[in-house]
Design a protein around this ligand. Sequence first.
Ligand code: T1G
Length: 703
Amino acid sequence: MSDVVTLSVSDRIATVTINSPPVNAADHPVRLGLQKAFTGLAGRTDFDAVVVLCAGRTFMAGADIGEFDTGIAAPHHQDLFNLVESCAKPVVAALHGTALGAGTELAIACHYRVADKGARIGLPELTLGIIPGAGGSQRMPRLIGLDAAADLILSSKPLPAAKALELGLVDEIADGDVAAAALALARKLAAEGAGPRRTRDMAVKDGGKAAEIIAARRAQVAKTMRNRTSPVKLLEALAGSASLSFEEGLKLESDISKQLEQATEARALRHLFFADREVRKIPGIGPDLKARPIRKVGIIGAGTMGGGIAMCFANIGTPVTIVDTAQANLDRGLGVIRKNYERSVSRGSMTAEQLEQRVGLIGASLDYASLSDVDLVIEAVFEKMELKKEIFAKLDAVLPAGAILGTNTSTLDIDEIAKVTKRPADVIGLHFFSPANVMPLLEIVQAAKTAPDVLLTALDMAKAIKKTGVVSKVCYGFIGNRMMDPYGREAEHMVLEGATPEQVDGALEEFGMAMGILAVYDMAGIEVGHNTRLANPHMVPDDAGFYRCSTILTERGWLGQKSGRGYYRYDSPDRKRASDPEVIAIMHEEGKRLGISPRAPSKQEIQERCLYSMINEGAKLLQEGIALRASDIDVVYTAGYGYPRYRGGPMFYADTVGLKVIYDRILEFKKTLDPQYWTPAPLLEELALKGSTFAAWDAGNRK
Ligand code: T1G
């Protein structure tokens, strides 16, 4: 037997145990071990039933995702699970933790399933740009029905055990230990002389309505998963479960899986799976470094950001005190927090008692002395350097030794803020994105003197509050906003050249951005960017067209959704954006007044000018050491800026286009547009000219 899969028989019950940390992924050794176990059982008569279980924190959590890039050796998942299902005696799976992907497919190739009450069971393959390729697309409809299977797989969300029981995906929920419960069921089946109950032999109960079910799901996919291939192919495989024999259905599933696994969509999503985890690996932070405890948090500023950040900590049970200069601000801030929670209760995502419990964790005070026992303070006040310095000096005077001083600034120099304290090593940037209680991205800004254990504490804190923490060094705009600058600049400039906001945003949304950038400005408030540029004149180039639309709109008070108009009009109650001919005329007139030569940029040019200028800036960030990895930049954009995950992020996308293609296009833009913006970053030029990629650069720099 292999050391990752063991087989034992006792009292005529066979137990197959998989023990392959950290998640019992179905990698090659596990597959070999399972094959050996079930091949061995086929030749034995000293058992009447089988239990399959996993050691460690979870039942099998899927195929080994890394294997898709290195090649999947036999035994392949489908064949292996067919072998399990063909066992002549009843096979009972004991599910705990998160049974996902191949783990769920193994479970439904077994004949019975017992789940721990906290277990979750799912088929998240679409999040990796593939479909369940180990029989799941054929067995799941047979077990729970075609429509329920489509729902489960399209959602990519794991089901809690109770729901799985309701659907018939599991037979029992264990009262106590799931292994014991599975053993008891195995004994019962053996005593009854029960044979195997093979999923493959079941009929798809709503198979008769397959055509309408699949048609409805096709409409859903077209609306909510545009530009994606895997969901469309999934429906093809599911349709096959109702129209083909089991064997033909497996063949169809296998053919589709092979097509998808190496397609750009799957490679992009696999890239992000690992990139989302790579962000935690920081040079200088070794396994022996200890994070500081965070038992109580202080927030300075009861505004939107401060309130949202306070909720992040209350949500995980950490007491938090908000400090502001005026009681009215505190009252308003606490009121907004309560309203946010009330919305969650009305949506059913939390209970009334949870609301009270969380609100109970959020204190308020006008006095900094109330922060004398906190482990972390996060300042979230206006973007005024003098104000932040004043606050940090006061914090320095009251906070206990070892407390961490965080600032939520999005543009100001954290090194300068740290200078006013006697503890620059304890100062760090914690850049949340609004609304802070919702947006998953957190830019962790490592200042020049930030201590390694402070950085580690911030990374652990990000994971604890369920944020994706990405480390950035100090520069104007850190990673995300620094790269948004050229992206938005080109979008606005094209409006001055004669394009309409709809054309610009439409092109970007067709690429896959969740929202066109001009509509984003309308949502965030056009004055936000405008005021940041006013506060940082050194960052404004010598170009009258630079963010000129934002200036005009801000000066007119047309700030976007909040004023009912910005780039668009928002007259309907659902705040749906509508074209505003007056704004378009104003901007086109302004373009002429500035002497900007009119252009009618094609959809492709709109995408190239916005996306390539962003990529060029990203290359500069890598070169300057602001971002540690190109893949970190991809995480920032897919977690915080609505960049489509199925494109892999801006730097992965650049590799798929080809850096030389991008480099040549930038040189063309240098000739036809404002040359000050279109000089290829040296790193982009270097990689393009030697036919390399950002991925190779990351690999070469992996410490
Ligand atoms: N393959 C390879 N490595 C994996 C892995 C997997 N499936 N799942 C986790 N890891 C690594 C991860 O990279 C990290 O490594 C460590 O385990 C801990 O993970 C044939 C084709 C299970 C909910 O999509 O969702 O089956 O960074 O930090 O937060 O039809 O991991 O420490 O070096 O995420 O507790 C389908 C993916 C695969 C599940 C645990 N399965 N994993 O979360 O820990 S495709 C999935 C997760 C498939 C079949 C198809 C989560 C988790 P390192 P972690 P966690």
